[in-house]
Design a protein around this ligand. Structure first.
Ligand code: 3H9
Length: 692
């Protein structure tokens, strides 16, 4: 064995050279890896004893792509195209041996090998689109030559991985070898190639699949149309489609040039910078400075959930989905039955869509036990309370739990804004109490705000952070404050949206601007969806907000076909003349001189105070880092990932510009816009908000 460099070995096994990469964690194509590949292939090709070359990786995976942290920095080391040229033009067959995930540039390297073998558990994919990119190492030109443009379009615009069996069937992988025997299997395959005198198959030379699609622009037009909604706002999907079009219509080298140009456009753009930042931010969120990885984690073998409503039901599903039994407690038999029924219906709908097997529906339902007695939670390792959002009720529940739960059980509250310390104080074991703020629908939304009380123990935090990963959530640790991170910032936007409607905009103006910004829906459409009458009662209604007036008129939202909008039978919204009149009358009564409000002002008024609130949250230490705030907004509220979250967006605008606007609004509209000291500091020092 020869060490080519610290991350690359070359072993000559008789007539086969094996180049082994070992660059943890994922063998990304960093400068040393590219250097190792270049020198390794050069040496193997130059060695006369070598008849075939195998490229394989140590550790958990084959090359998982370019080193994302290298983008935007000065490039060092060998050029990837030079490595790929050498592989593809090697006079000896090159075999890529794949395990783990061959992704992005890693899979593109494999596509320049003459053959690919894989173990059954391997996956391949071109996920660049998820980073706002396109496969920039020939992937968009080689892939359609192997599998045709239709499959290629789906793969590059979804970024989804393909399992080894399917990859073998579609021709992405030439042969499957036994699990755990990749190295031997790949060497045997290479020897077979030599023995049979098989040709050096260069994917770039394959023509039939792209030729068949030439002169058929409808393939692309139809694909764009069918996916327009999914691609809304994103630049990368269109650039990916253009590359596949180029593969079909242009000779290979010209297609490569088109790919290069489009790649450079994306990699230097703001969207990809935002998406790459979010990739790392998501992984960073799991790291808690004072709760090291070595912190003991408590086993969670049984969960209790109090409340079988929408939230309680969704929360319970998360655990049943991963095989953890759940006891769900309700006060009334009817409510319990209804709750369990809704869960079953949810599972059955998923099964109908082909995303769950019927027997899994039964297995999961079998893990859920309903009960009317809190005492049944005595043996649970984690109990999550999801009852009505009312401090007195929550305290009562926690006092009872304190008496019932076994020692060492974690007691969690699914509150969305209440003081977790006050809840914890209702027990004699505040160190075991924590907040788990799930987002609705709780079985779907990826975000979990884990709320750390003053006394919550590190073990409890570590356990919740790890458990959330197991149930497929992105957890963000936040501190106790009204509304935590997400709802606290949302309140800023809601306040301004309401004010804008009084000052001159209509709800549909505000919604349109925020939708065009990339949010899934605006605040008024969201209120209609949730129901305008949440927390409203006829008896106490005082006609003091537009929302109250609408409730008094029985405009309760989507559920009864009228809210801020009028809805048709298919729940399509259209602006309501009645609501317009309510707003105009309301403003007139308040003596407000309505004015024209620009789209720009809507963005500034709704979003800059959120950024400012984010800075306050950091100032108060309620979030560990700015990127955690961005993760909250992307995973909990549908903030468009290409804008990178509110804090990242603040830097795209410029902290100084956000500050200047806040000051101007403060002068003209008062204290709601008071800049945070941290925003002032960042702007003065020319720092970046998202790096705080
Ligand atoms: C590309 O290839 C462009 C080319 O087309 C063009 C070239 C010219 N780079 O996710 P995990 C780190 S674009 C740097 O927790 P898992 C990650 O930050 C790239 N670092 O593990 C983490 O670090 P830490 C296309 C990377 O087992 C650690 O590895 N490829 C990279 O849950 C473990 O990661 C992709 O988009 C990277 N490429 O999942 C694949 N990948 O421990 C991106 C990972 O310090 N990667 N790290 O927090 C993934 O999807 C997952 O990481 C993977 C493993 C499925 C591989």
């Amino acid at each position: 064995m020869t060490a080519i460099n610290p991350v690359t070995d070359l072993t000559i096994e008789g007539d086969v050279a094996v180049i082994t990469l070992n660059s943890p964690p994922v063998n990304a194509l960093s400068a040393p890896v590219r250097d190792g590949l270049y020198e390794g292939f050069k040496a193997a090709i130059a060695n006369d004893a070598v008849k075939a070359i195998v490229l394989i990786c140590d550790g958990r995976t084959f090359i998982a792509g370019a080193d994302i942290s290298e983008f935007g920095k000065e490039r060092k080391g060998a050029d990837l195209p030079a490595v790929q040229d050498m592989m593809e033009n090697s006079p000896k067959p090159v075999v890529a041996a794949i395990h783990g995930t061959a992704l992005g540039g890693g899979f593109e390297v494999a596509l320049t090998a003459h053959y690919r073998v894989a173990v059954p558990s391997a996956k391949v994919g071109l996920p660049e689109v998820k980073l706002g990119l396109l496969p920039g190492a020939g992937g968009t030109q080689r892939l359609p030559r192997l599998v045709g443009p239709e499959v290629a379009l789906n793969m590059v615009t979804s970024g989804d991985f393909v399992g080894a069996a399917a990859a073998n069937k579609s021709g992405l992988v030439d042969e499957l070898v036994d699990e755990g025997k990749l190295r031997d299997g790949a060497i045997a395959f290479a020897r077979k190639l030599v023995a049979e005198g098989r040709p050096l198959k260069k994917v770039r030379d394959l023509q039939d699949k792209v030729e068949a699609a030439r002169g058929k622009p409808a393939i692309f037009a139809d694909f764009r149309k069918a996916n327009a909604r999914r691609f809304r706002g994103f630049e990368a999907p269109e650039a990916n489609i253009k590359c596949i079009e180029a593969a079909v219509n242009l000779p290979f080298d010209e297609g490569m040039k088109a790919e290069r140009d489009l790649f450079l456009g994306l990699v230097n753009g703001t969207q990809s910078a935002a998406q790459r930042y979010i990739f790392f931010a998501e992984r960073q969120a799991a790291k808690i400075p004072d709760v090291p990885d070595s912190t003991p984690v408590l086993p969670i073998k049984k969960v209790g959930v109090i409340g079988a409503g929408t939230m309680g039901g969704g929360i319970s599903m998360n655990f049943a989905n991963v095989g953890i039994p759940v006891t769900i407690v309700e006060m009334q038999p009817a409510a319990l039955e209804r709750g369990l029924g809704v869960i079953r219906k949810n599972y059955e709908n998923t099964a109908k869509k082909g995303r769950l097997r019927q027997e899994d529906v039964e297995t999961r339902m079998g893990l859920l036990t309903g009960s009317l007695e809190l005492e049944k939670l005595a043996d649970c390792d984690l109990i999550i309370e999801a009852v009505y959002e009312n401090m007195a009720i929550k305290k009562e529940v926690f006092a009872k739990l304190d008496a019932i739960a076994k020692p060492g059980a974690i007691l969690a509250s699914n509150t969305s804004y209440l003081d977790v310390n006050e809840i914890a104080a209702a027990t004699k074991r505040p160190e075991w109490v924590i907040g788990t703020h799930f987002f609705s629908p709780a079985n779907v939304m990826r975000l979990l705000e884990v709320v750390r009380g003053d006394k919550t123990s590190k073990e409890v935090i570590a356990t919740l952070m790890q458990l959330s990963k197991k149930i497929g959530k992105v957890a963000v640790l936040v501190g106790v404050c009204h509304g935590f991170v997400g709802n606290r910032m949302l309140a800023q936007r809601q306040r301004e949206a309401n004010k804008l409607v009084l000052e001159g905009a209509m709800p549909w103006d505000v919604d349109r601007v925020l939708y065009d910004f990339g949010m899934p829906m605006g605040p008024f459409a969201m209120s209609d969806l949730a129901g305008l009458d949440i927390g409203w009662s006829k008896e106490t209604s005082s006609s003091s907000t537009i929302r109250e007036v609408l409730c008094e008129m029985d405009r309760r939202g989507q559920k009864n076909g009228k809210g801020f909008y009028d809805y048709d039978e298919n729940r399509n919204a259209k602006p309501s003349a009645e609501v317009e009149k309510v707003i105009l009358d309301f403003a007139a009564k308040k003596g407000i001189n309505r004015r024209t409000i620009s789209d720009e002002e809507i963005i500034e008024r709704c979003i800059y105070p959120m950024i400012n609130e984010g800075a306050k949250i950091l100032e108060e230490g309620k979030a560990i880092r700015a990127s955690d705030i961005d993760i909250v907004w992307i995973n909990g509220y549908g903030w468009p990932v290409y804008h990178g979250g509110p804090m990242f967006y603040g830097d795209v605008i410029g902290a100084d510009k956000v500050l200047a606007k806040m000051r101007e609004f403060e002068r003209t509209m008062g204290d709601d816009f008071k800049p945070s000291a941290l925003l002032e500091k960042v702007a003065a020092e020319g720092k970046k908000l998202h790096q705080l």
